[in-house]
Design a protein around this ligand. Structure first.
Ligand SMILES: Nc1ncnc2[nH]cnc12
Ligand SMILES: [Zn+2]
Length: 353
């Protein structure tokens, strides 16, 4: 438990999570269990970190950058094979999130990372949908799925995965809420993905994209101008690069940045929490939410991210109220659901003021 006097308040505060990769919640314990069940051999002969749960956890303390982490992330998810595996993964995350008072979660998954190794798109989605239904019934948490396409694969493959989901009615029937893009950033700037984002916009589908994590602020401007992205995942480089015009635009347009402070430290995008641009984000009036990204790898779920910020920046209850409400306003859920969560926030704030 963190040491801040506001720990109880931060734990109780109703939260929305918008930047969470379901595959990034695969804890080493579940990974080893699924690998044994599915007869998947983890490549311990190539990388000794895969020898045991303990050695893997130790290696997770020392990521050098985004690509170093992604190497482990893609190998680990090869242990996920049947719908029950995807259900177990997602349900474990929803249970953990609900225990930290996440009331609404919009979560990413990477279908291409599964279809390219022979797991059907429908299998992945069926498992996640079962977990979503159980989590809502068990915890009252509402959830949405965002399909991410991978930047390290060709545009044509992203387009065909997108077309499969669109033509299969997955967006129309509400199974999928939006598209996003993730994976390596620097070698794959936003203009490469124009056709994908144009096709999503033409079909009336919501759009987010990872940008400004390792890549420069100019990638964020391209994401807005060329991809017409409605949300940006990470986005800290707007502040770190001092791009004042972009910051002013983000504030003016009310674009949600889905920030992930512990992730930024673990992937060495910033060297300590003091460098996380929280004060600049607040002062500029940019809308943002605080999220966990890949909690099984980065040493903390959403509450640990809130607490780590509090330990460094010492915000007031009122400032946290503003952050929590901004996250609700930036969510892609119905207005009635937003009103419910906003009322829950007022309730908790009332008890702590
Ligand atoms: N932080 C991150 N950045 C880009 N792609 C990712 N995939 C999973 N986590 C990611
Ligand atoms: Zn991410």
């Amino acid at each position: 438990m963190c040491q801040t006097p506001l720990h109880g308040f931060l734990a109780a505060l109703p939260k929305c999570e918008h930047h969470l990769h379901l595959e990034g919640t695969l804890e080493p314990e579940l990974l080893f269990q699924l690998a044994a069940k599915n007869n998947i051999t983890l490549p311990a002969s190539k990388d000794a970190a895969f020898a045991s749960i303990a050695s893997l956890k130790d290696r997770y303390q020392r990521f050098q950058n985004l690509d170093d982490f992604l190497g482990y992330y893609y190998i680990a998810m090869s242990a996920l094979l049947d719908a029950g595996d995807f259900e177990a993964l997602a349900y474990a995350y929803f249970a953990k999130a609900a225990s930290q008072n996440v009331r609404h979660a919009e979560v990413f998954f990477d279908p291409q990372a599964h279809t390219e190794r022979g797991v059907a798109f429908a299998t992945v989605v069926a498992g996640f949908k079962r977990a979503q239904a159980r989590a809502t019934a068990d915890f009252g948490i509402t959830t949405e799925l965002i399909m991410c396409l991978l930047k390290h694969l060709p545009l044509a493959e992203a387009m065909s995965t997108f077309a499969q989901a669109r033509d299969g009615g997955y967006f129309k029937d509400g199974t999928l809420a939006a598209i996003g893009m993730d994976s390596s950033e620097l070698p794959f700037p936003p203009p490469m993905w124009r056709d994908l984002y144009d096709a999503a916009a033409a079909a009336g589908i919501r759009r987010t994209v990872h940008a400004g994590e390792e890549g420069p602020a100019s990638y964020m401007t391209q994401a807005l101008d060329i991809l017409n992205a409605q949300r940006i995942d990470h986005g800290i480089r707007a502040f770190l690069d001092g791009d004042e015009a972009l910051v002013a635009r983000l504030a003016r347009e009310g674009t949600l940045l889905t920030a992930c402070p512990l992730s930024n430290i673990k992937l060495q995008c910033i060297s300590s929490m003091k460098e996380f641009p929280l004060r600049k984000m607040l002062d500029a009036g940019v809308r943002f939410s605080i999220n966990s990204d890949d909690p099984a790898y980065f040493g903390g779920y959403i509450l640990e991210n809130y607490c780590a910020l509090q330990e460094t920046f010492g915000l007031s209850v009122r400032e946290w109220e503003g952050i929590a409400k901004g996250a609700v306003q930036g969510s892609w859920c119905a207005d009635e659901r937003k009103a419910e969560i906003l009322a829950e926030i007022e309730d908790v704030v009332g008890k702590w003021s």
